[in-house]
Design a protein around this ligand. Structure first.
Ligand code: FES
Length: 651
């Protein structure tokens, strides 16, 4: 028999197949990623391909007009009913008759390369844990009695080469009606479980809707949720809410103490967060117009206390040395067991692994998203929240720690502080000559000294100063000589600025007089500067501790992760000595890296295995018991630092 040559693009995979082989079969034989939900029955159209024509010198192949069999009835019917784009063929119908070059367009690839918006973010292949599978099941036979599920499993083996699938009790009662309604054809949502496939849902006949998942970043302050198409990794909709546990304690340790002091306190916090997650999930499905049954996967990241409370584990051990986790391993369990019941009742939730007692699945998600273990450069990654999670590493080793920065970077504990929201000052510049400030406010494009600023501001005016605003304000005050290296604000006499006003026994610097806003004065007080100094010293000391462990006193790159990291100006962060000295163009913001990591894990089984493996190798450093942490912390109190040099600042 003749064996034409076939080349698949873009993969470049090639081989020879017997004349008459379908393109789908050829793709399977050659290991080419060509999607199929219907198993080659001409129903799903997932297998669309684009045949090439003419000479392909690069591949050493010339393709004749009739290299593929002509359009058959199945394709013609499909084309009439749903329309086939020009040049496209169904890979399961088109047969290879002569040498061929076949392009697999991105939408026909199951394991898709996700193209990210931010160019610097690593692309990742999707490899979903749950996918749709159409099966044709044999009808029951009085003479050879067998159960419908057993015949379905025989069909799975025959048509999909799969081991028998488990069918949970919630799905089993729907099996018989679905088979009969679908004329012995059903579509399954099949999950790749640790001990074989599991049927999460069943639909009569051919069911066509994208399967979705929820990537959830469970922060101590905010919860963010991204409804994601499992096959493409695209975010369909996002939603967020404040963590309802805030009413039990602002920060992690106060929530742990709430659990310690109040019998049933941990259970209360568990119930609160589960109810919020379920409400968010229901809301996002409605908002996106997606059938909640199509949401079949969930991936969750959070710090250890959030993780334990979500699972219903009392976090009391996390509040005291040796900070033992109940479990640090990744887990897959029914989402309904976590109270997320408004999506598919059999949806599976994947919790990323935890790194250590203080370094959670959120840090693991950052590691997954940023992949320091693939870098030649020694990279410092900081995710700043109420706690800072810090990773330092390259190809050879990755180290991790967390450092208690407190909520100052989020605008809390600051006299005019507020969360980043419209009306908050987010950018500040101070003229070194006149010592006069100008600023920008969230929700307004103009600077405060631009004409029309007041009108553009809207009726709410300037409401306060957010985390990035206070960092810039303090750094600008330092650069303008209003604050000395110890963090002390000078008096009007010392600085020559009458914006420096006594406040008790210290000074404060007036950013905006209350009269201008119809409200109270917005000023930077000595207390504000102390709060920022404490927070930044903790951050810097954590980074230095990891650098000590690596035996280095410089890093090659700094990555600022988190919503907050996205808004910090690298220059101002370095003037304060928040981060170690490094050329400014080597400081990058990674946006919400924990959320991205959750989305990568949501869409890819391979990524789940990768981060589980990498987390085992990450070396944990416990800041609370390291004697050098205190020394680093004290030295880092000065602006930028008592002893470490910052040569880049001199440039
Ligand atoms: Fe479903 Fe070809 S595989 S239409």
């Amino acid at each position: 028999r003749e064996m034409p040559r076939v080349v698949f693009t873009p993969s470049g995979k090639r081989g020879q197949v017997p004349v008459g082989t379908t393109v789908l079969e050829a793709a399977r034989q050659l290991g080419v990623d060509l999607d199929s939900v219907c198993g080659g029955r001409g129903i799903c159209s997932k297998c669309q391909i684009l045949p090439g024509r003419g000479a392909f010198p690069k591949h050493g192949v010339t393709v004749a007009e009739d290299a593929l069999s002509p359009l058959n009835d199945v394709e013609r019917r499909y084309d009439e009913k749903r329309g086939l784009a020009p040049g496209r063929r169904l890979g399961c119908q088109a047969r290879i008759l002569a040498d061929a070059v076949i392009d697999v367009p991105p939408e026909s690839q199951l394991h898709r390369q996700v193209v990210r918006k931010a160019a610097e973010v690593r692309a990742v292949a999707t490899d979903p844990a749950t996918r749709l599978c159409l099966v044709e099941v044999a009808e029951p036979d009085l003479h050879a009695p067998s159960g419908d599920l057993q015949r379905l499993n025989a069909a799975l083996a025959d048509q999909w080469d799969l081991p028998p699938a488990a069918c949970p009790l919630s799905v089993l009662p729907r099996l018989q009606p679905a088979l009969r309604k679908g004329g012995w054809t059903v579509t399954l949502a099949l999950h790749r479980g640790p001990s074989g496939p599991e049927i999460l849902d069943i639909w009569p006949g051919f069911f066509e809707a994208p399967l979705c998942g929820l990537a959830i970043d469970l922060g101590s302050t905010t919860i963010a949720l991204h409804l994601t198409d499992l096959a493409t990794g695209d975010v369909i909709a996002s939603a967020g809410a404040m963590n309802p546990q805030i009413r039990f304690g602002e920060d992690l340790m106060s929530r742990v103490s709430y659990a310690m002091m109040n019998p049933g306190g941990a259970a209360e916090m568990t119930a609160a967060v589960r109810a919020t997650l379920d409400g968010l999930a229901a809301g996002i499905a409605t908002e996106a117009g997606i059938d909640p049954r199509c949401i079949v996967e969930v991936a969750l990241v959070g710090n250890p206390v959030m993780h334990h409370l979500l699972l219903g584990i009392d976090p009391v051990e996390l509040g005291q040395a040796p900070f033992a986790l109940a479990t640090s391993e990744a887990a897959t369990l029914p989402a309904a067991a976590l109270g997320i019941g408004s999506i598919n009742p059999e949806a599976r939730a994947y919790l990323l692994p935890l790194i250590a007692g203080h370094v959670g699945a959120d840090a693991a998600a950052v590691a997954l998203s940023e992949a320091p273990e693939t870098s030649d450069d020694l990279t410092l990654i900081v995710d700043v929240g109420t706690n800072a999670e810090i990773l330092l590493g390259d190809r050879t080793r990755v180290l991790a720690c967390s450092s208690p920065t407190g909520p100052a970077f989020e605008g809390a504990q600051i006299s005019s502080g507020q969360r980043a929201a419209p009306g908050a000052i987010e950018r500040v510049r101070i003229d070194p000559e006149t010592k006069e400030p100008r600023f920008r406010v969230i929700g307004c494009e103009l600077w405060s000294d631009d004409p029309g600023f007041a009108a553009a501001l809207g009726p709410a005016g300037v409401t306060g100063i957010c985390g990035s605003g206070i960092i810039e304000a303090v750094a600008e005050m330092r650069m303008a000589g209003l604050v000395d290296g110890s963090g002390l604000i000078g008096s009007a006499a010392q600085t020559g600025s009458d914006r420096c006003r006594p406040e008790g026994r210290t000074q404060s610097y007036l950013l905006l007089a209350g009269a201008a806003t119809g409200g109270r004065d917005i000023a930077v007080t000595q207390g504000d500067i102390r709060a920022i100094q404490l927070a930044k010293s903790a951050l810097y000391a954590g980074a230095r501790l990891l650098m000590d462990r690596r035996g280095v006193d410089r890093v090659d790159r700094v990555v600022l992760a988190g919503a907050f990291g996205a808004h910090i100006s690298p220059l101002h962060a370095m003037v304060l000595g928040m981060i170690p000295d490094v050329p400014l163009d080597r400081v990058r913001s990674a946006g919400n890296a924990a959320g991205t990591g959750a989305r990568i894990a949501l869409c890819s089984v391979a990524a789940r295995r990768l981060i589980e493996e990498n987390v085992r190798r990450i070396e944990k450093v416990e800041t609370a018991i390291e004697p050098r942490f205190q020394d680093h912390f004290v030295a880092a109190n000065a602006l930028p630092h008592a002893s470490d040099p910052f040569p880049e600042l001199a440039r």
